[in-house]
Design a protein around this ligand. Structure first.
Ligand code: 13P
Length: 288
């Protein structure tokens, strides 16, 4: 199956009261684990690519071509969207050219008028090409790939302004943070989420910072209109722990070093487990 826009899968998720997972990819192993899990569980999936991860993989074209080839070679039949995560204005155009099927323009650091103007322009381009577009209002806290946000609750009126431009989905800050949550975290602001939902109606909402949010909060967020949840750090932690253990156990040390394929296998298996656990919580299994 060719890459698809995230529009249909998110509208279905919103109607069915579940969420589709966006799992960020960093290399071939990461991508393979996520695609395998989605196929095994018959779940739609969104592969997220940060600008940093895109650069690491030598550019967005490499990423798009790799993912498309993997879908074909692995006989993936579930819907897969390839999505730019927290894109800059220039990054959006690079990914559109490279063949991504979904784009996030993160204009949350611009004054609202500039965020509106740039988002509006991108809505026109993405609609013309059949791509989905995510916009952000109210920055997500924490640090991701060098981008630091203080975390703030979005203004519901500003959310409406951006939603009315015709974006496919909206990421609204509701006290969520990228990476691990600090011990004194106050939790998600459901008050903000409900106020945003009230203003934007049937627009699928996106919850960033999916790592470490308690299951009851995830379920409540889904009941209030969240249809896409982003997860990155949890896969990284699972990968790190599995790899660390493998190295500590010292397998394959026969004067030749580790076989790179064997070295990466436990981490890849750990990512599969993490993705499965998240998909169970999000309720998207069997929804392909
Ligand atoms: P976490 O790293 O906290 O899972 O957040 C991922 C994310 O929101 C990507 O946009």
């Amino acid at each position: 199956m060719a890459l698809v826009s995230a529009k249909d899968m998110l509208n279905k998720a919103l109607a069915g009261k579940y969420a589709v997972g966006q799992f960020n990819i960093n290399n071939l192993e990461w991508t393979k684990s996520i695609l395998q899990t989605a196929q095994e569980l018959q779940a739609p999936v969104i592969l997220g690519v940060s600008e940093g991860a895109g650069k690491y993989m030598t550019g967005f074209k490499t990423v798009a071509d790799m993912v498309k080839a993997m879908i074909e070679e692995m006989n993936i039949t579930v819907p897969v969207a390839l999505h730019l995560d927290h894109g800059t204005y220039e990054g959006c155009y690079k990914c559109i050219k490279a063949g991504f099927s979904s784009i996030m323009f993160d204009g949350s650091h611009y004054p609202i008028e500039e965020n509106v103007a740039k988002t509006k322009e991108l809505v026109g381009v993405c609609n013309g090409l059949g791509l989905s577009l995510e916009a952000e209002v109210g920055s997500i806290g924490g640090e991701e790939d060098g981008v630091v946000g203080m975390g703030e609750c979005a203004d519901p009126d500003e959310c409406k302004k951006i939603a009315d431009l015709g974006v496919t989905m909206l990421a609204a800050g509701i006290g969520n943070i990228h990476g691990k949550y600090p011990a004194n975290w106050k939790g998600l602001s459901f008050e903000t989420l409900a106020a945003v939902k009230e203003k934007v109606g049937d627009m699928p909402l996106v919850l960033h910072g999916g790592t470490g949010i308690p299951t009851d909060m995830i379920k409540k967020a889904i009941s209030l209109g969240v249809a896409k949840i982003n997860v990155n750090t949890e896969c990284q932690l699972a990968f790190q722990e599995a790899t660390r253990k493998y190295i500590e156990e010292g397998k394959d040390l026969q004067g030749k070093g580790f076989d790179p394929r064997k070295l990466l296998a436990p981490g890849a298996a750990a990512i599969k487990e993490t993705v499965k656990e998240k998909m169970e919580i999000f309720g998207c299994i069997g929804k392909a």
